[in-house]
Design a protein around this ligand. Structure first.
Ligand code: PLP
Length: 354
């Protein structure tokens, strides 16, 4: 606390990202990073862009990358917005689409913990909708007046996917508010709502290159939606920073989207490893929530999650533990390579011979 902080800075509760420890080398299964390197096309594109042109500002409207994304999803350029990671893009959504002091925006009680952080920063009231015991969303809860809707799909940290029929009925019953579907993990087995963008002008689909394209370090996210929504985002962006994506990020992102074969190969590998890991954990009596993400949410009837978290950490394996109501007996485990997951399973077996 400092007397120099504004009332706002003093009142907010910033998001705490998963740790990136430097004390020793861990098997990192705590931040949903991709275990595989980015496509070689990414590195090549960044190398080619690292030249004298860095002297110049990058393209503020990211024309070339937006064209590539538009073509990839069979949309038009004016339906695409790109941001410095989808976190920044989600932050822009708050002043762009939600109003302070009127109706609350709605999201699940267990979901991406950045959402309430943005609400406090931007003074947007919110109401959380309880997931059921199995972390499913009873969708009728969205059928009431609101100031906007945010859905992580698949959800984090549970990994559960909400089917597109449910998404569509939410869109139909909320034509007065913007429905944001945060698809950070969509490429690991879910079905994207992007096909509904042409049909619903209140839908904004947000994706990222951080997870399925192995580019958490490059910071590139994008949104797909009606051109009026895109224009709203642009108005906010251009009131904060015209150049949110640098030249290297623009080039690297382009390289990633152009290597479809590599993307398919690595995501398929992660899905296979996930299914194999689930089998092993179930054999150790863990309960595993069905996941369409690059992580799984697990609990054990005889071992407290907090203890398992600490014991795994001692053995050099980092997973994510949230000391929060309703999920404090669960661990979120990112899917690493086959070798990393074998080491994780081995560590679990060693811990008091589960
Ligand atoms: C990882 C994640 C993001 C943010 O991704 P970046 O593009 O790296 O900022 C957004 N939403 C959810 C649900 C995530 O898990």
């Amino acid at each position: 606390m400092s007397k120099y902080w504004s009332a706002l800075a003093a009142s907010i509760k910033p998001y705490v990202p998963g740790e990136q420890p430097k004390d020793k080398k861990y098997i990192k299964l705590n931040t949903n990073e991709n275990p595989y390197p980015p496509s070689p096309s990414v590195i090549e594109a960044i190398r080619a862009a690292a030249d004298d042109s860095l002297r110049l500002y990058p393209d503020p409207i990211c024309s070339s990358l937006r064209q590539t994304i538009a073509k990839y999803f069979s949309l038009s350029d004016n339906q695409i917005f790109v941001g410095n990671g989808s976190d920044e893009l989600l932050a822009f959504c708050f002043p762009a689409f939600f109003n302070p002091g009127v109706r609350p925006i709605l999201f699940a009680d267990i979901t991406y913990s950045f959402y309430p952080v943005y609400c406090r920063l931007f003074g947007i009231p919110y109401e959380t909708l309880p997931l059921d015991e199995d972390f499913r969303m009873p969708v009728e809860q969205f059928y009431k007046p609101n100031g906007g809707i945010l859905i992580a799909n698949p959800n984090a940290p549970t990994g559960r996917f909400l089917d597109l029929t449910a998404i569509e009925s939410i869109l139909q019953r909320n034509t007065h508010s913007v429905v944001i579907v945060d698809e950070a993990y969509i490429d690991f087995g879910g079905a994207s709502a992007v096909g509904l963008v042409g049909k619903y002008d209140n839908l904004l689909v947000v994706q990222t290159l951080s997870k399925s394209r192995s580019l958490a370090g490059l910071r590139v996210g994008f949104a797909l939606g009606h051109e009026d929504l895109i224009e709203g985002l642009r108005r906010v962006k251009d009131s904060i920073n015209s150049y949110t994506l640098d030249r290297l990020a623009l080039a690297g992102a382009q390289g990633a989207l152009e290597d479809e074969a590599y993307f398919r190969q690595t995501t398929a590998k992660i899905i296979r490893t996930r299914e194999e890991t689930v089998k092993q954990l179930e054999a150790l009596s863990f309960t595993v929530i069905p996941s369409t993400a690059n992580f799984i949410f697990i609990t054990h009837p005889a071992h407290a999650a907090e203890t398992l978290f600490a014991k795994l950490r001692e053995r050099g394996v980092l997973v994510r533990y949230f000391k929060l109501p309703r999920i404090d007996s669960w661990l979120r485990v990112s899917i690493g390579s086959d070798d990393e997951m074998a080491a994780f399973a081995e560590a679990l077996r060693n811990i008091s011979a589960i």
